[in-house]
Design a protein around this ligand. Structure first.
Ligand code: ADP
Length: 446
């Protein structure tokens, strides 16, 4: 096992990794920008290194600064967390080239899965069906029109390098296709520096269901069930739960086994997630995330598996200590993403937290780096906390969610806690009857 791990991240996810390292007796090195010098991840790590000014490109995205910090601190591995450089194949390569272990999959797998077109092609090879659509970047409007006619409208134009729900345009009819392509190309070039786009069938009312997998370097791969992430705003997840209210044990076992087999065949290493749109009958692959996900705690709560511990063990060359038959699914877990943002406009709301009182009691877990008096800087993601509840069944989990949200006090900055309270108290949410567009419809009517 590693002796010292540098965590190339901040906020709640840095804390999450520090905690897993502590449990394993691994020393930790936090990195921070100048504005984060008092942050909780710096306080809880064994050591810390300042890596630059607040702007992410000069600190948390600076490969040179991160690798230098790892050298100075004498770390033997780097955990990228999520966001920032977690899905940057070059970073994984640079880390390895400098003699550190990258806690994650190979640069090749990161590069393939980071390109939605290449990812779909790779998945087809291992028996996973993607959403119907183009199997390469569309070169011209005429070609796009031909593919759209073939798969049928409505279609979605997506950025090959897309992420964070950006670079997507729906075309419900042929006349809209050319403008949608132009818009998506422009958005993709601006956001990702890569204007390649492709076309997919727009699936009307699916659920977003993703499968968590773990694979070691000895050819073992398991799945840890699904997460239903259909409560979304602008294609971004707001609430996630496991199990999905719409899957039964047989369907879970079947799609899970397919996902585990696929990653085994790909020779994938570590934790990963295969994302699907589920139309009630079929699973359509959309993308694979080659890292820990924000919503990983719901899987941890129902399986009892510590995903970060497994990432560390696998990266250190360890074997998975359990097989598929050992994975047990216990009860129900739900996670709310608590963001520092205006409740109505969703504009980020950074600032100083005046009062902080997290909820507690049976079945409640809070992953957050907040404390009373802490600063939420304007430079980073607005996710400030994850509230995760667990119960023996879904109604108990929903009741605990409502209870925990009522207890939660964050003062000094605006948050979306009220939105979560509204959702937790809603009848559709309680019944589990929702799809990926439900939240936006609900907000329009609210
Ligand atoms: P990103 O990488 O930007 O997050 P994804 O491909 O993971 O993009 O898709 C994000 C969300 O966008 C999905 O969860 C779903 O809500 C919506 N979406 C993506 N592809 C489709 C599709 N073909 N039909 C309908 N909705 C889609």
């Amino acid at each position: 096992m590693f002796e010292k791990v540098l965590i190339a991240n901040r906020g709640e996810i840095a804390l999450r990794i520090i905690r897993a390292c502590r449990d394993l007796g691994i020393r930790t090195v936090a990195v921070h920008s100048t504005i984060d010098s008092e942050a909780m991840h710096v306080r809880l790590a064994d050591e810390s290194v300042c890596i630059g000014p607040p702007a992410p490109r000069d600190s948390y995205l600076s490969m040179a600064a991160l690798v230098s910090a790892a050298s100075v601190a004498g770390a033997d591995a780097i955990h990228p967390g999520l966001g920032f450089l977690a899905e940057n194949a070059t970073f994984a390569q640079v880390v390895t080239d400098h003699g550190f272990t990258f806690i994650g999959p190979s640069p090749d797998h990161i590069a393939t899965m980071g390109d939605k077109i290449a990812a779909k092609a790779a998945m087809v090879e291992v028996g996973i069906s993607p959403v119907p659509g183009s199997d390469a970047a569309v070169e011209s409007d005429a070609e796009a029109a031909r593919i759209a006619e073939e798969i049928g409208y409505p279609v979605l134009v997506k950025a090959a390098a897309g992420g964070g729900g950006r670079g997507m345009q729906i075309a419900r009819e042929p006349t809209i296709l050319a403008p949608a392509l132009a818009l998506a190309r422009r958005e993709a070039a601006g956001a990702f520096g890569d204007s390649r786009v492709f076309i997919e069938k727009f699936i009307e009312k699916p659920r977003h269901i993703e499968i968590q997998i773990l694979a070691d370097s000895y050819g073992n791969a398991v799945h840890l069930g699904e997460r239903d992430c259909s409560i979304q705003r602008r294609h971004q997840k707001v609430i996630e739960e496991s199990p999905s209210p719409v899957l039964d044990d047989a369907v879970r076992a079947e799609i899970g086994a397919r996902a585990a087999t696929a990653v085994r065949q790909l020779g994938y290493l570590g934790a990963g997630t295969l994302e699907f749109l589920f139309d009630g009958r079929d699973f359509h692959f959309i993308e694979m995330n080659t890292r820990l996900q924000v919503e990983h705690p719901v899987t941890e709560m129902v399986t009892g598996v510590d995903l970060v511990r497994e990432q560390l063990t696998i990266a250190a060359g360890g074997k998975l200590q359990f097989g598929q038959d050992d994975v047990r699914f216990d009860g129900h877990a739900i996670e709310c993403r608590v963001n520092a943002e205006d409740a109505r406009t969703f504009v980020p709301s950074p600032g100083r937290v005046r009062e902080y009182h997290p909820p507690g009691g049976p079945g409640v877990r809070v992953d957050s780096a907040l404390f009373a008096g802490c600063m939420v800087p304007p430079h980073y993601d607005s996710l400030i906390a994850k509230l995760i509840v667990h119960g023996p069944d879904r109604p108990t989990a929903v009741a605990r969610l409502a209870r925990a949200l009522d207890e939660y006090v964050i003062e000094g900055i605006d948050t979306n806690l009220e939105l979560h309270r509204g959702i937790a108290g809603d009848r559709d949410f309680s019944s589990g009857a929702y799809d990926i567009h439900w939240l936006e419809r609900w907000m329009d009517g609210a």
